[in-house]
Design a protein around this ligand. Sequence first.
Ligand code: DC
Length: 232
Amino acid sequence: MAQQDGDSDRINIAIDGPAGAGKSTVARMVAGQLGYVYIDTGAMYRAVTLSAQRLSITAEQDERLAEMLASLQIKLEPGVNGQSIFVNDEDVTTLIRSREVTRHVSYFAASGIVRQVLSTMQRDYAIRKGVVMDGRDIGTHVLPNAEVKVFLTASVEERALRRFKELSADNAISLEQLEAEIAERDRLDEQRDISPLIRASDAIELDSTGMTIHDVAQTIVKLSRTKLAEAK
Ligand code: DC
C-alpha cells in the first residue's frame, strides 16, 4: 500500500485515551522497540499551561495567549527518565507535572488558539513518519492518516491507583481525591467543543485494566509490524 508522505518503511502510530491509561509508558516502549521518536503531546499542553500561569494569563484570554504562544519555543528531547521538555531553553520537565498545572491544563487544552498552535507543531514532528504520538486527539485530528491508531483505556479506579503509586509520599492527596480529579479531567476532555477526547472510528480500542504495560506495548508493536509488512 502506498504511503502518503515520508518513507514507505516507516509509519506513524497514534495512541489516544484518557488520563492515566498508561499511554506515555506504552508509547515510549513502542517507540523504543521500533526505533521511533516518542512525542508526548500532553506535555506540550502542560508546558503552555505553566507558561500562562507564570504570566497570570487565563485560558479565556485569547489575545494574550496568542501573543505568548508566538514567543514560546517548545522542544522535546529524549531524557534520562523518558522525555525532557524545554520552554525557551528552560527544562520544565518536572514543573509541568505539578498539581497546579495538572488541575488547570484541561482549561487551556480547550482553547482553540492553543490547540491550533500545538496541533501544527505536532504535525510537523510527524511529517517524516516514524513517530509514536500520544494524546487525546491524535487519531481523530492531528494525524488522521496515522497507519496505526490505538485508543487505550482503563477503569477510573485502576487509573487513579496507578497515578497514586507514582506520586511521592509528600504529595498530600488521597486516592479518592485523585479518582475524583481524574474523573473530572475525563469529563472536561470529553465534553470540550474542539477536538474532544473520543475514539477515532478506525482506532483499535485496548482496555488495559488487568493487563501489564508490557503486554499492551507488545500488542501495539505487533499491530505496527503487521502494518509495516502490509506497506511493503
Ligand atoms: O496526558 P496528560 O495528562 O499529560 O495531558 C494533559 C492534558 O492535556 C489533559 O487534560 C488533556 C490535554 N491533552 C489534549 O487535550 N490533547 C492532547 N493531544 C494531549 C493532551
